[in-house]
Design a protein around this ligand. Structure first.
Ligand code: 6PG
Length: 237
């Protein structure tokens, strides 16, 4: 496990952008499952502004680690956020964009997206193995759309599952824990003082860490890198 700490959200995003650039340089193709929420926005802006001409975007196949069950033009859609800030500005070929159909019926979409991933992402140990899975972490220790009440999804069968935001009741499609942990490189992108307490509990294996889905992210064979800013790392200094 590697921890990389940077001054602030923008510096953390810049470091991840450079990481992705180097991965793209050293691979003929990459499958990447993206996280949503607000943290990735700085990253996507930097990639669009500074890496548009540096990265061969046709090498990258974009998936989502989780998506809200809303239409693709809905303000809460992770696809919409990513498409607006990155995919459209840099011209990622549409064949390389594999979004969750948030407008579909939940259970059908869980099945469909899981089958699509099985078809498009090479398997290892009997499960799809993404080259990169990017994860955020919520202030409650959730990751992807696996929230503490659904901790069992960290050990569930299947490629995808239905998740629920316990505060809003919003339904989501999420990768399961075994698929996340089967990937070649898991990258957390976590910034802000609001995450510091959970980061401290997870890294020092104390408090309620066992109930946090993010604490159960441990790659079977791959690498795990935490990209963080100083605020999120505050209690580990
Ligand atoms: C989502 C995300 C989710 C996110 C965390 C952190 O769809 O909401 O994938 O897992 O990464 O909630 O969100 P912030 O980056 O907004 O803090």
């Amino acid at each position: 496990m590697e921890k990389r700490v940077f001054k602030d959200n923008n510096a953390t995003a810049g470091a991840f952008a450079e990481f992705l650039y180097k991965k793209a340089q050293s691979n003929d193709s990459l499958t990447i499952a993206l996280s949503g929420g607000s943290t990735p926005k700085a990253l996507f802006k930097i990639l669009a502004e500074e890496y548009q001409a540096k990265i061969d975007w046709s090498k990258l196949h974009f998936f989502w680690g989780d998506e809200r069950m809303v239409a693709p033009d809905h303000e809460e859609s992770n696809f919409k956020m990513t498409n607006d800030l990155l995919l459209s500005p840099v011209g990622v070929p549409s064949d390389n964009i594999h979004r969750v159909l948030g407008e579909n019926e939940l259970d059908k979409e869980v099945e469909r997206y899981g089958a699509l991933i099985r078809d498009q992402v090479k398997s290892n140990n009997g499960l799809p193995a993404f080259d990169i899975v990017m994860l955020g972490m919520g202030g409650d220790g959730h990751t992807a759309s696996i929230f503490p009440p659904d901790l069992g999804l960290m050990h569930a069968e299947g490629v995808c599952a239905a998740g629920t935001n316990p505060e809003s009741g919003q339904k989501r499609v999420t990768l399961t824990g075994p698929v996340i942990n089967n990937s070649k490189h898991i990258c957390f992108l976590v910034t802000g003082a609001g995450k510091a307490e959970k980061i401290d509990e997870i890294f020092n294996r104390k408090g309620g860490y066992k109930t946090y889905p993010a604490a159960h992210v441990n790659p079977i064979q791959g690498q795990l890198t935490w990209f963080m800013d100083e605020s999120a790392n505050e209690k580990l200094k």
